[in-house]
Design a protein around this ligand. Structure first.
Ligand code: HEC
Ligand code: HEC
Length: 285
């Protein structure tokens, strides 16, 4: 018994250390990779939650294709892989994905972080002959000036949502642009068609956007104004004058630094010179 005490206490320590490490790792990864809990496990509920922003079944194309009959026109294994990780399928150069991507305005279908079980229930739902309604309502006429004000934060959003500029840049904002947590919207496919923009902004299904707008939705008029601004800005591209502004800002910045340096330098010279002069004077006396 006593002979075993030492090795077993060492191995117990190792075991304890390992358990601790695994626990810490688990806590950290579950915090970092936490996903919103899945609301429902069956395909129909999942479809309504995650897919209707971009797809109808039998109601015509939206941002993505009408999914009626998709389980017959595409191979089952391909569909499963696609819904699980469309970004990876597209990145792999898959010909069907590339073709669809081109056809649907180069808007990529986002990876929705589904589990294989959820994909199976979605495929069962899609293959079951169910249909959904058609596309959502069209946007009213929008005003690009208000849209810009909403984007940059000069005008409050009715339901108190955050301003786009804190996370997004777009051409035409001037030199400093916006935040970069979200993609630059200049080349986004979602600002090329009002139906695509409205269906996405009405119920964004991606992680960050979904979390932001679930409780503070944009009104249809706000969507229309934002669309008017964004669709116009996206064809402008970043103008050369923005580059000039950046250059001027850089020069002003450098000049300010030099001025600041001069200021402190002067103080330092004085700080050295003053006691020297005083000492000299004291010696004269
Ligand atoms: C933000 C928009 C968006 C969301 C949300 C979305 N899709 Fe898509 N989907 C697309 C686009 C766009 C395409 C066309 C391919 C492309 O452009 O990448 C597509 C293509 C597809 C295809 C292939 C269609 C065909 O004709 O072969 C299937 C299947 C599909 N999506 C299923 C789903 C399912 C299921 C969900 C919900 C879990 C979903 N999509 C959510 C945009 C979306
Ligand atoms: C807190 C940060 C944040 C704010 C505020 C925000 N977004 Fe986003 N947005 C994101 C992120 C991050 C993505 C990438 C997808 C995701 O994770 O949701 C995104 C994606 C998008 C996309 C899809 C772009 C593409 O091509 O894939 C559009 C369109 C968009 N945002 C529009 C807006 C508009 C319009 C506003 C203001 C009304 C706004 N966003 C405010 C963070 C933000």
């Amino acid at each position: 018994m006593t002979e075993n005490a030492k090795p077993s206490s060492i191995s117990r320590n190792i075991l304890f250390g390992l358990t601790l490490a695994v626990t810490v790792l688990f806590v950290v990864t579950s915090v970092v990779f936490a996903k919103p809990p899945v609301q429902a496990s069956d395909g129909e509920a999942l479809f309504k939650e995650k897919c209707v922003a971009c797809h109808t079944i039998g109601g015509g194309d939206l941002v993505g294709p009408d999914l009626q009959g998709v389980t017959e026109r595409q191979d089952q294994a391909w569909l499963k892989q696609w819904i699980l990780a469309p970004d990876q399928v597209l990145a792999s150069g898959d010909p069907i994905a590339t073709e669809l991507f081109k056809k649907y305005n180069s808007i990529p279908m986002p990876n929705l972080g589904l589990t294989p079980d959820q994909v199976d229930s979605l495929l069962a739902y899609l293959g079951g002959g169910a249909t959904t309604g058609g596309a959502g309502a069209e946007l009213p006429a929008g005003d690009a000036t208000s849209g810009k004000a909403y984007f940059v934060g000069d005008k409050r959003l009715e339901n108190g949502g955050p301003h786009c500029i804190s996370c997004h840049s777009i051409a035409g904002l001037g030199s400093l642009g916006g935040g970069n947590l979200g993609p630059d919207l200049t080349t986004s496919g979602f600002v090329k068609s009002s139906a695509a923009f409205a269906s996405f902004m009405g119920a964004p299904s991606t992680q960050t956007m979904g979390a932001i707008w679930a409780n503070t939705p944009l009104t249809p008029q706000e969507q229309a104004d934002l669309y008017a601004f964004l669709s116009k800005a996206s064809v402008t591209q970043r103008e050369p004058s923005a580059l000039l502004q950046i250059a001027i800002l850089a020069i002003i910045g450098a000049a300010a630094l030099i001025a600041l340096e001069q200021f402190y330098w002067r103080k330092r010279l004085k700080g050295v010179r003053k006691p020297m002069i005083e000492r000299a004077r004291a010696l004269k006396r």
